[in-house]
Design a protein around this ligand. Sequence first.
Ligand SMILES: [Zn+2]
Ligand SMILES: [Zn+2]
Length: 121
Amino acid sequence: MPRAGKVCTGTRGVRCTEVVPAGTRCPACTRRAEEQRGSARARGYDHRHETRFRRAVLELHPICQLCGRDVAVHADHHPVDRRTLVLRGEDPNDPRHGRGLCASCHSAETAKAQPGGWNRR
Ligand SMILES: [Zn+2]
Ligand SMILES: [Zn+2]
């Protein structure tokens, strides 16, 4: 008798041992794969734009805009954050909305802007 099924193809990062009809996934993996596809698409889209924004900002600001001393490695949205720009209908990937920061200034700024931090308005 031919085998009716084979082991589930699994999900990225997950090895599955469920036996399912060939070429299909078990329900749990199907759900996980769908979630991964969704988030990967969102990430991929953002990532391309993020890269363009970052490169342009770092070209404009090769030196950290805060300390003026270290090489800028982070493109930060400033003074308006990305979400606000999107809400205003502006292009959040326009390098005019960014500034270059070095690693230590960037982490200091990120800590300050954390929701629930003292800087919350
Ligand atoms: Zn599975
Ligand atoms: Zn700096």
